[in-house]
Design a protein around this ligand. Sequence first.
Ligand code: SF4
Length: 225
Amino acid sequence: MIKEIWEKIEVEVSFVESYINQCKKENKRLFMSSSFQTHSIPMLHIISNIDNTIPVIFLDTGFHFPETIVYRNIIQKELELNILTVKSDVAKIDLMRDDGKFLFSCDPDLCCRINKVNTLEKIRRDYDVWITGVRADQNNKRKDLKYIGSTSDGTERFHPMINWTDKMVNAYIHKTKLPSHPLERYGYTSIGCAPCTTKPTHDQRSGRWAGSQKTECGLHSNVIS
Ligand code: SF4
C-alpha cells in the first residue's frame, strides 16, 4: 500500500518538476500562495527543491491563529522559502462597522474580499503563473478542478495538488519528517482565520465559516462552481 502511494507521489512530483521547468524556460514568472496548513507543506517542500526562490505569498489577514504564524516561521526556516507576507491596504479598524461589529461576523464575504481576494489580485498582476495548493477531495465544490486553470484576468493557475489525498500527504510528511500545524493535534483539519475556523463536523473544510452558507474565501471562486 505504501509502495503504491509513493508511486503516485513520484508521478505527481515529476509532473510538477517538468511543469515548473517548462515555465522557467518560457520565462514565466511564478508565485505560490500558501495559508500554511499541513496539507500544503508537501508541495512547498517539492517546489523549494526545484527552486526555492519562487515567491510564496502568505496573505496576513491579521486574524490568523498565533500557531499559524509560528508554523509559517518554522517552515520558512526549514525549507529556506522566499516567503512574502502581504497585508491588505485597509486598516483593521476599518474592518469594523459603526455598530462595533467586525466584518467577519456580519459580512464575511466582504471581509475575505478585502483581506484576501483584493490583496492577492494586486500581487497577481506581477506574475504569469499562480501555484495553489487546492485539492479535489477537500469538498464537493473542488472535485472538478483540473491541474491547469486561469483567473478572470488571464493569469495561469496551476493546481499541483489536485490529485493528492490525505494518505499521500501523510506519507510525504512522515517520510520527510516535516512538522505538522500545531492545531491539528486538537482536531482541526482546515485552518484559516481564527474567528472563522472551528473543528470539522463532516468534510475537511466543514469547520470553515461553520453555521453559514459560505464555504470558500473567494480566491478560487472563478474556477469553482
Ligand atoms: S476568513 Fe474570516 S477573518 Fe479571515 S478574511 Fe475571511 S471573513 Fe475575514
